[in-house]
Design a protein around this ligand. Structure first.
Ligand code: BTN
Length: 350
């Protein structure tokens, strides 16, 4: 594919369709370093009244930020937050991948970074990346909601065209998982594995998820929007309906920079997609097997209101999951399937 020239853009609050006006982006930037600010210092810096500061603190809390307010002292965040910055994200992309990543758009607030790219897929210059501090309607696989507290995760989507038709794109979510794993290794986060078809896991818990959406011709020009969510510092009150972990829990020492992680994800993804476009999933089969969290495990497979047990035996050259059930060997395409690892029973003493 011919690379396009790159552009980076930051979309300020209220600057475009779908953004809440008066969103407290500037307030978050001031509080981001984790230092304590008095109400009057914030009011002065923002050019608003103290009552307006209080209102915006409430808005930040509603977006999932933990803001401590000490009587007579001031406000501070629970932990510092690094605001997304398109220039810093672009700087983390390897020079040889810069043109393959293309434009990088960072939004303060949007419904969903993937929805934005799906909406513009037909007309947009590609490749293109879209990130947001806040997703008001973040989407997960199988119609689930994807939520992250403000500053506590990375929400990034990537749009790329392919020439050979949607039928050639099987295995794409597995490749995106490999790219995320490499990106995390780049920032010294190790012990990450992949749970078919779209989970990035560590310590058996979900660290991130991938949502692939395809459009265009089955056999001709088509595009993929690859949406990736990574938990950075989620906090205890997160509404996540399964065991989860985050980079703060995994990274011994200082938390890796969000901009660095986002840039490495885009870089590794663009690199993997170039190889995928030329050679397909077989080029990644062995690598996937090395990091397959399900391989050889007992699993519960749920599809169409039925759940059955089997043993995961790896993936095919098209990225389908191979499961044995007794003497039966089944190949499962991702579709509407959910797969859960079944923990071996621990024998109890009488
Ligand atoms: C899953 O695990 O179910 C997939 C989660 C994918 C979440 C990401 S966050 C960026 C992009 N925008 C969305 O609305 N969803 C994806």
């Amino acid at each position: 594919m011919k690379p396009h020239s790159a552009a980076i853009r930051e979309h300020a609050p209220g600057a475009r369709r779908g953004l809440a006006s008066g969103a407290p982006a500037a307030l978050l930037t001031l509080l981001a370093d984790g230092a304590e600010w008095s109400g009057s210092a914030l009011a002065n810096a923002l050019g608003v009244t103290r009552a307006a500061v209080w209102k915006q603190i409430g808005q930040l809390r509603a977006l999932g930020a933990t803001v401590h307010a000490a009587a007579g002292r001031g406000y501070r965040l629970d932990a510092p937050i690094e605001r997304l910055d398109p220039a810093r994200i672009a700087a983390a992309v390897s020079p040889e991948q810069r043109a393959h990543v293309g434009a990088i758009d960072v939004h303060w607030q949007i419904d969903s970074t993937s929805s934005e790219l799906v909406r513009t897929a037909a007309t947009a210059t590609v490749p293109r990346a879209c990130l947001a501090e806040i997703q008001t309607a973040g989407r997960g696989r199988r119609g689930r909601v994807w939520q992250m507290p403000i500053g506590g995760g990375i929400a990034v989507s990537f749009l790329r065209r392919f020439d050979g038709g949607m039928a050639t794109l099987a295995g794409l979510s597995l490749i995106a998982g490999i790219a995320v794993m490499h990106a995390l290794a780049d920032v010294n986060v190790s012990g990450v594995a992949l749970k078919w078809p779209n989970d990035v896991v560590a310590d058996g818990k979900k660290l991130g998820g991938i949502l692939v959406e395809l459009g265009g011709d089955a056999l001709g020009p088509c595009h993929a929007v690859i949406g990736i969510g990574v938990n950075v510092r989620v906090g205890s009150g997160a509404p996540i309906d399964q065991p989860w972990t985050d980079l703060a829990a995994l990274h011994a020492g200082e938390l890796p920079s969000r901009n660095l992680v986002a840039g490495r994800i885009l870089s590794r993804l663009a690199e993997a997609l170039e190889i995928f476009a030329a050679r397909g999933f077989p080029a990644f089969e062995r690598e996937y097997a090395k990091h397959d969290a399900l391989l050889g495990r007992e699993i519960a497979v749920s599809m169409r209101d039925q759940t059955w047990m089997g043993t995961a035996q790896g993936v095919t050259s098209r990225g389908a999951l191979v499961v044995t059930r007794g003497k039966e060997r089944l190949e499962i395409d991702s579709g509407e399937v959910s797969v859960r690892r079944v923990e071996p029973r621990i024998a109890r003493r009488a």
